[in-house]
Design a protein around this ligand. Structure first.
Ligand code: BGC
Length: 500
């Protein structure tokens, strides 16, 4: 049977017997990921509250490239059974999805829990478990209730408690069946996006708002982690973490190394050092840079609010694993004094004084900033271990952005294979404890700024049909084979022998 599978795989995907078979460890989990606003639709179904994305895209349709929004999206609010079928068709072990805070708590607070919201997520979780698929829930994936935004959103320190109250409702309702949790998706996207110019609430305030947000997201995560750890873990034995979006950076030359290290602290260390490092708190060099720049600009206090000693202790160690979202790598060139720095996040980072460029021979995906350099993933996994020790890692997002419709997506297959190869090398050659690979995304969906014109789906979605018909791309068939065999084929000149 296995042999048959390998032959079919070879014929379908054009691999030859000189290719090398890389098999993942037993128990390694393969999955796919989505998020509520990007797929659910049903933006005002039943008693759902308004989210900051409902508000943004209604008031400013031009906030997405094709003037679209997530009002209907993939209509997963109604089509969730089909979503489960797709996950089962590929034989995935895990489905990572998020809960819409304003769907479950229409006022944003715990005074009122929506029956319709509760039923929707209960049905989804039960439907997944009935097909032997493990639900991995992201408690917050960007779609803040507008009511909380009106009270200051992520810039208001009280949000750490409000988020924790919401997380407590989620653990209480679903914790008996859900064992893997992500508190917050990508704090960098929440803060640099929300207080930059690309994600809701689009309050452009890179001097102050961005850093208030940075501190509050870390505290919110830590509080929600501790609530689970103290009140729920003893009976449910689940695991909780936060995902980090991690653009990987490498220096153009030796003289760009220090700037590159700072870039990594900015993107990664800002949200990892307080949680995973031994000493806790902000990464020192980054904190110094941001504080000094602020003083030069006339601010009287550190722009990135300091943590108290008590907060440092409270936050440190609030993890059960490391959740990594990886997409692309940039080369970093230190800006010369007076040189113009490109716009963050795609061309450069003005605070750090870094300009970005593509490596020689690297291809790009559909968006021009999306450089393809799969080795970056392995380097990044090593960076996590070097900085924070031997932590269990899950890759919670990794995917390929295509631009056109159609079911033939060899580039996505190549990208998945190459990223899986780097993951395999990190496990077997570098000895890193990686337990799972969750791809972005199960299907085409509302890609924030990119609207529906940027496509990450293993399944194509027909956004013109009422049912939002989903059709597997070649990459879905490829992934199905990967999951069934627990292996990928990669080309190798040295290795002519395949063990079957
Ligand atoms: C986000 C997703 C997004 C994906 C592709 C990730 O950083 O978590 O919401 O769709 O990137 O851009």
């Amino acid at each position: 049977m296995y042999y048959y599978g390998v032959v079919v795989f070879s014929v379908l995907f054009g691999v030859s017997w000189s290719d090398k078979l890389l098999t993942f460890p037993p128990g390694f989990k393969f999955g796919a990921s989505t998020s509520a606003y990007q797929i659910e639709g049903g933006w005002n179904a039943s008693d759902k509250g308004e989210s900051i994305f409902d508000r943004l895209y209604h008031e400013r349709p031009d906030a997405s490239m094709d003037h679209s929004n997530g009002e209907i999206a993939c209509d997963s609010y109604h089509q969730w059974r089909r979503d489960i079928d797709m996950i089962a068709e590929m034989g995935l072990h895990v489905y990572r999805f998020s809960i819409s805070w304003p769907r479950l708590l229409p006022t944003g607070f715990n005074n009122y829990i929506s029956e319709a919201g509760k039923n929707y997520y209960n049905n989804l979780i039960d439907g997944l478990l009935a097909r032997n698929i493990e639900p991995l829930i992201t408690i917050f994936h960007f779609d803040l209730p507008q009511s909380i935004q009106d009270l200051g959103g992520w810039a208001n320190p009280l949000i750490a408690d409000w988020f924790t109250d919401y997380a407590r409702v989620v653990y209480t309702l679903f914790g008996d069946r859900v064992k893997m949790w992500i508190t917050l998706n990508e704090p960098m996207a929440i803060c640099d996006g929300g207080y930059g110019d690309f994600l809701a609430p689009k309050i452009v305030d890179p001097d102050v708002g961005l850093y208030l947000c940075s501190k509050n997201v870390v505290l919110a995560h830590a509080k929600a982690w501790r609530v689970y750890d103290e009140e729920f873990k003893p009976k449910y034995h689940g695991k909780v973490s936060m995902t980090n979006l991690f653009f990987w950076y490498e220096p153009v030359s030796d003289e760009d190394k220090e700037t590159t290290d700072l870039m990594l602290e900015y993107c990664e260390g800002r949200f990892s050092h307080p949680i995973y490092s031994k000493e806790g708190g902000w990464p020192k060099k980054l904190q110094k840079l941001i504080t000094e720049q602020g003083y030069e600009q006339g601010y009287w206090r550190p722009r990135m609010p300091e943590f108290t000693e008590e907060e440092i202790k409270f936050i440190r160690g609030t993890y059960d694993f490391y959740a990594l979202n990886h997409y692309t790598t940039n080369l970093v060139k230190k800006a010369k004094p007076g040189e113009k720095v490109g716009a963050w996040p795609f061309d450069g980072q003005p605070i750090i004084g870094a300009n970005f460029q593509k490596g020689n021979g690297w291809k790009t995906a559909a968006p021009s900033w999306f450089y393809i350099y799969p080795e970056g993933l392995r380097h990044q996994l090593n960076w996590i271990r070097e900085n924070y020790g031997d932590i269990t890692i899950f890759i919670t997002e990794n995917g390929y952005a295509g631009g056109s419709t159609g079911l033939r997506d060899q580039e996505r297959i190549d990208s998945m294979r190459d990223n899986l190869e780097q993951t395999w090398l990190a496990i077997y050659e570098d000895g890193i404890d990686i337990r799972g690979y969750i791809t972005w995304s199960l299907m085409d969906n509302f890609e924030w700024i990119g609207g529906y014109s940027v496509k990450y789906g293993l399944y194509e979605v027909d956004f013109n049909s009422t049912e939002r018909t989903r059709t597997p791309r070649e990459s879905a068939l490829y992934y199905e084979r990967v999951v069934k065999t627990g292996s990928v084929f990669v080309h190798s000149d040295e290795d002519k022998h395949i063990e079957l």
